[in-house]
Design a protein. Structure first.
Length: 301
């Protein structure tokens, strides 16, 4: 994977947080965009930018997520818990040309109706939003931060995301040299956050990170903690919430977690993803979406 060492100049100031107001620095903060050493993500066309709307159809917030089937879109529970409807854009540069004058992107329609000719191919709508029982980030480590958006128009692709089999990460909890374990994050969130300004390209970006912990107080078996700092590594930030944590390098399509939160409002430090390699989580996804485990879980007969 080619890694960019510097932020690009392109992009306007971001205006939206993932799904909630930023909390105190010592508490869990809903996660956002890929930051640091990142590359354009053209490897995962099933990763989309999801926009949520209020009862009156007004823009509310945005997150990221992944298609498990043509109509089943996996994201974070704190994203789906707030909102009445949603729209998902699958272009790599889904909102890169968003104009503050018009309030939309001329090529994709973001954050409004799908651009002409894209509905059902690169854009889809939904009025079916579900969450696993998410209440708040105060429930760390067990946040139940899983959400589903069931699309009204199927998006037909050659490949979709797959979930890691139950217990895939368990062996890493006590493994020596675990920092050598590679994960890849992908999402459309902010690319730089500091006390002065926020930068967002509204593009699907990806970056590698390394395993830090599965048993810390904020992980405790429910979350996987990864480190996005350091040479060749990137992390997550606001609006990356719901995006996938792929088990492996950039070519992987196996999801082991959903980008959930961090402990720093400026997107520095470690990232926490809610683990999807747990049987109860997989059971909820399949029951809610009305699909079989064999359709979405690696290695299921």
């Amino acid at each position: 994977m080619r890694i960019w060492k510097k932020l690009r100049a392109r992009g306007a100031a971001a205006v939206v947080l993932a799904a909630a107001a930023v909390l105190a620095l010592t508490t869990a903060v809903p996660a956002g965009a890929v930051t640091g050493d990142y590359a354009k993500d053209t490897e995962h066309p099933f990763v989309g930018l999801v926009v949520f709307y209020g009862p009156g159809g007004d823009f509310h917030h945005r997150c990221s997520g992944s298609l498990l089937t043509p109509t089943v879109f996996l994201t974070a529970g704190h994203c789906t818990a707030v909102g009445s409807s949603a729209r998902v854009y699958f272009q790599q540069d889904a909102g890169a040309d968003w104009s503050p004058e018009t309030g939309t992107d001329p090529d994709t329609g973001y954050p409004g109706p799908c651009a002409e000719g894209t509905q059902g191919t690169q854009c889809a709508e939904s009025a079916k939003l579900y969450d696993y029982g998410y209440t708040s980030m105060a429930e760390v480590p067990e946040t139940k931060d899983v959400g589903l958006v069931i699309l009204a128009q199927p998006i037909m692709l050659e490949e979709y995301a797959r979930l890691a089999a139950p217990g895939t990460l368990d062996a890493l909890a006590t493994r020596r040299g675990q920092q050598e374990t590679t994960f890849t994050v992908s999402g459309y969130g902010m690319s730089e956050v500091n006390p002065v300004s926020d930068t967002s390209f509204r593009e699907r970006l990806m970056a590698e990170s390394k395993l830090t912990n599965l048993t810390s107080a904020s992980a405790d078996g429910y979350n996987v903690q990864t480190n996005g700092n350091g040479k060749g590594l990137g992390g997550t930030c606001t609006a990356d919430s719901g995006g996938p944590l792929f088990y492996g390098t950039a070519e992987s399509n196996i999801i082991a977690g959903i980008t959930s939160f961090n402990h720093n409002r400026y997107c520095k430090g470690t990232n926490f993803s809610y683990r999807t390699d747990r049987q109860e989580v997989i059971d909820w996804i399949t029951a809610t979406a009305g699909i079989k485990s064999a359709d979405i879980v690696v290695g299921t007969p």
